[in-house]
Design a protein. Structure first.
Length: 202
């Protein structure tokens, strides 16, 4: 509710004074109407990612890309083959975990059937429930999605189930995706220990 204090005008003679009063009254009504419209047009901020950023979609000056070559090129996880094979391929070669960290590759399973998965590079960790990723071909359009919000919707906050922000639509995607886990960016813990022992005795 908007309140406006009464406006007291000095006494003015003739029709000119009445005209000024009427003009100010009309301006006051218009101001209230505009404020009402702005309030009605405000977005529902509960539907937006907790951390607002410069998310963008790039389709300019490049051939359509798949998620695998993009993730390989923009991370230290240098794996090949279909995305659904990456989790198993990474065993013994890269650290694998359930918690996202910057530079890791997130593997979504069941992207479009049991033999389809999707990989995305974690750009930054925003909170215990939100990360930002860079990935390609998310909507089967060959485009690159930069700083795309991903939110953990699992009951235990274990990053086993996520939703992905649809940058083009400006809304969270309707589907919930199972997460196999996060690969890298480091080598497995046992490999790092073995390497440290080798350096110590050489």
């Amino acid at each position: 509710m908007f309140l406006r204090a009464p406006i007291t005008l000095p006494a003015m003679a003739g029709r000119g004074g009445n005209t000024v009063r009427h003009s100010l009254a009309r301006l006051g009504v218009m101001g209230l109407f505009c404020a009402f419209l702005c309030a009605c047009a405000s977005p529902d901020y509960a539907d937006l990612p907790p951390e607002h950023g410069e998310s963008m979609v790039s389709t300019a000056r490049h051939a359509p890309l798949q998620c695998v070559p993009y993730a390989r090129e923009h991370s230290d996880v240098k794996l090949h083959g279909d995305a659904y094979t990456w989790w198993d391929q990474a065993a013994g070669r890269f650290a694998r975990g359930a918690v996202p960290q910057e530079g890791a590759v997130m593997v979504l399973s069941g992207y479009a059937g049991p033999a389809r998965a999707h990989v995305a590079v974690v750009r930054r960790v925003i909170s215990a429930r939100e990360i930002r990723v860079d990935h390609a071909n998310w909507l089967d359009d060959g485009a690159i999605y930069i700083d795309d919000p991903v939110v953990d919707v699992s009951a235990d906050n274990d990053w086993s189930r996520v939703k992905v922000w649809n940058i083009k639509a400006g809304a969270w995607g309707a589907r919930i995706y199972p997460v196999q886990g996060f690969i890298g960016p480091d080598a497995p813990a046992d490999s790092r220990v073995a390497s440290a022992d080798s350096d110590r005795y050489n």
